[in-house]
Design a protein around this ligand. Structure first.
Ligand code: IPE
Ligand code: IPE
Ligand code: MG
Length: 223
């Protein structure tokens, strides 16, 4: 079976830079470059939806210099990438708490989302200022305002992304760090020690191959 919805926790940029005696910002730049190549490749090998964790809500508590550097990278990324994505038929969407992002970045996101709205080959979703708990709280509050109990299907529909098939984390940590908590209920998990800037397109192919060999039972018994 192929993984239709792949999510990646892109971790390890800082350590990648440190190993090279470079500033953390150099690691983030290398990570962005890798992310662009990897996202193009994923759709070429059959992934239909790719959700990438680029910035958590808690990451905004890092030193101002690092956060500003990340914002500058996003300022470059959105206008530079949206025509490229459109050309390849990829719809771009951003999830997370936009109220925590600078207004000019939100404008660039709106433009990129609008420009690629009609693309149907695949969906690239970036999680920025994202919190899985925050997502669930937002959905629960929407549900409460509706004034009646929701089915699981209706509640899932209030979340920003559908269920995840395959969740990859680079950088060696074995935790979710508040990413897609609800949507990963039956995701296959894959942890690799490779730091994100070192995670090649070939590494993604190998991970997807492993996914195809997993036996997903969803709690049932295989006959
Ligand atoms: C992931 O890399 C990118 C972001 C969280 C923005 P890190 O910056 O967490 O890199 P490490 O974990 O310190 O190596
Ligand atoms: C998770 O990585 C967030 C992203 C990769 C964007 P962190 O480096 O922030 O997570 P922790 O601190 O190791 O849990
Ligand atoms: Mg990290």
């Amino acid at each position: 079976m192929t993984a239709k919805h792949v999510a990646i926790i892109m971790d390890g940029n800082g350590r990648w830079a440190k190993k090279r005696l470079l500033p953390r910002s150099a690691g983030h730049r290398a990570g962005l470059k890798r992310m662009i190549s990897l996202s193009g490749h994923a759709f070429d090998v059959g992934v239909e939806r790719l959700t990438l964790y680029a910035l958590s809500e808690e990451n905004l508590l890092r030193p101002k210099e690092e956060v500003d550097g990340l914002f500058d990278l996003f300022r470059e990324y959105f206008p530079a990438q949206h025509s490229e994505l459109k050309e390849h038929g990829i719809r771009l969407c951003v999830i997370g708490n936009r109220a925590l992002l600078p207004a000019d970045i939100c404008e660039r996101i709106d433009e990129a989302e609008a420009a690629t709205r009609d693309c149907t080959r695949g969906t690239l979703c970036l999680a920025l200022a994202y919190s899985g708990r925050g997502e669930i709280e937002r959905a629960a509050n929407l549900a409460v305002r509706g004034g009646r109990e929701l089915t699981r299907e209706e509640f899932s529909g209030l979340l920003s992304v559908p269920p995840v098939d395959f969740l990859i984390r680079t950088g060696g940590e074995m935790r979710l760090s508040d990413f897609l908590l609800y949507e990963s209920a039956y995701a296959e998990l894959y942890f690799t020690k490779k730091l994100f800037p070192d995670f090649t397109n070939g590494d993604l192919d190998r991970a997807l191959k492993e996914f195809s060999l997993r036996d997903r039972r969803f709690g049932r018994v295989r006959s």
